[in-house]
Design a protein. Structure first.
Length: 454
């Protein structure tokens, strides 16, 4: 038997899934990437047996009619009609392709919640240069002992042929979002059970430091600056994060600038289950982007792969002719602007370690095989009860070959409150700048006050 598989099996038996430095693959395995078997990202190229998932043919390659460079995305699939709609009345018919958290949404909101299911469009792709990096570095990148960092890391999909749960999660954490940096503007809306909300407008800048030849710290993954532009009571507050590859060796560093106090201070709670910024206590620091940060508090088990109805090609959520109240309704976003498709996902079970603390004792992650973006997460409390469900509504930025999220939504299944992150419908122009190249000097604690006054 393959020595790699023996070692991985031993790690799993010992409760150490992903803890051994076994991640790199052989040249023979790497040769499968981009073949008739696997896509360059490591997904199965073939469709499924009944044809409801098509073969991957390179992703969406065109610029749709009506798209103007620098303007909002145009939905290339706007002519698609739903194949069917899942409701509280027929949910059991489709439950085998839904997560427990998704099923719970129909029970929580039987009169209003629906999932319109559209034809599956495997639209995801990356630039060709990224495919070459993925294939080259698949034979080089390893996990550090414990699985909490990476060694010889350059490609943004370090483990395209994963054997353990921690490898799948690293693919999500480091996945490709831009060659160097990005700047974007969006809202976060904590929504009360009755549908009331007060949006918080953010502007973010990030440099993906591991791609820069002059990266000042070899362990640095990215630097991130988040500025609040509205409402007035929070305007000028700034968050700065230095994110590291190995956060056990060198923990995440974070600082906040409070505009009211005109003071910069360390923010060690911007990690793990510390409260998410301006989220009204609805989310944790590490569930932004469905999961971020250090993985060391959980044991990660790779359950396998399955078919799931997940949010995909969610271009309607980016429409400039909508306002936030069109989309945000009591309990959930308006289903008429949602799109679900059947895709294959990796299933990873995260169980809190005995000596670790977190408000989520267990989390089940469903990771899209074509993008390595986490699409759905079920969160369980300390009693083992299902508590929250989160979804990432993916869009393909076809003009730059970047899969990203139009929005992410986290639902408290008990209180009926939820939070939506990423909408920008009422903001002027196209809200993503993929040509942004920042200066590391602007991502220092000394620069925070200046950032708050911009």
């Amino acid at each position: 038997m393959n020595k790699r598989l023996i070692a991985v099996g031993l790690a799993s038996l010992l409760g150490m899934s992903g803890s051994l430095a076994l991640a790199k693959v052989s040249p023979e395995q790497a040769a499968r990437l981009g073949s008739d078997e696997l896509t360059p990202m490591g997904a199965e190229r073939a469709g499924n047996a009944d044809g409801t998932i098509p073969r991957w043919e390179g992703g969406y390659q065109d610029l749709p009619a009506g798209y103007t460079e620098g303007e909002r995305l145009v939905d290339p699939f706007s002519a698609d009609e739903p194949l069917f709609t899942i409701t509280a009345e027929n949910v059991e018919q489709y439950a085998d392709k839904l997560s427990p958290g998704q099923v719970a949404m129909f029970r929580r909101y039987p009169d209003t919640y629906q999932m319109p299911v559209y034809p599956t469009r495997r639209s995801a792709r990356l630039p060709e240069t990224e495919y070459s990096l993925i294939k080259e570095w698949a034979t080089k990148t390893d996990l550090v002992a414990g699985g909490n960092g990476l060694v010889d890391f350059k490609a943004n999909v370090p483990f395209p042929i994963p054997e353990t749960g921690i490898e799948v999660i690293w693919n999500h954490i480091t996945r490709y979002r831009t060659p160097l940096g990005v700047k974007r503007r969006y809202i976060q809306a904590p929504v009360q059970a009755n549908g009331a909300f007060a949006p918080v407008l953010f502007e973010e800048e990030a440099i993906f430091a591991n791609r820069f030849p002059d990266n000042p710290n070899p362990n640095r993954l990215f630097v991130f600056l988040q500025r609040i532009l509205a409402p007035a009571r929070l305007e000028g507050d700034v968050l700065l994060v230095h994110e590291n590859v190995d956060q056990v060796k060198e923990p995440r560093s974070a600082w906040v600038y409070n505009a009211g106090q005109r003071r910069v201070r360390r923010a060690p709670n911007i990690a793990y289950d510390g409260p998410g910024v301006a989220s009204d206590g609805l989310r944790t620091a590490d569930d932004l982007d469905l999961f971020n940060g250090a993985p060391d508090r959980y044991n990660w088990e790779l359950v396998g792969k399955r078919e799931l109805y997940i949010p995909y090609n969610a271009y309607a959520l980016r429409r400039g002719d909508l306002v936030y109240t069109d989309i945000i309704k009591p309990g959930h976003m308006d289903p008429q602007y949602l799109r679900y498709e059947l895709h294959r996902v990796w299933v990873v079970e995260a169980t809190l370690k005995d000596d670790a603390r977190h408000i989520y004792a267990r989390r089940t992650f469903y990771v899209d095989e074509d993008t390595w973006q986490i699409a759905v997460v079920d969160h369980y409390d300390g009693r083992g009860e299902l508590w929250k469900m989160k979804e990432g509504h993916m869009v393909m930025h076809y003009q730059v070959a970047v899969p990203w999220l139009a929005a992410e939504s986290l639902h408290d299944l008990i209180s009926g409150r939820y939070v939506v992150i990423g909408l920008d419908n009422e903001e002027r122009g196209y809200q993503y700048d993929f040509d942004y190249v920042g200066d590391f000097e602007d991502f220092t604690p000394a620069a925070l006050r200046r950032a708050g006054r911009r």
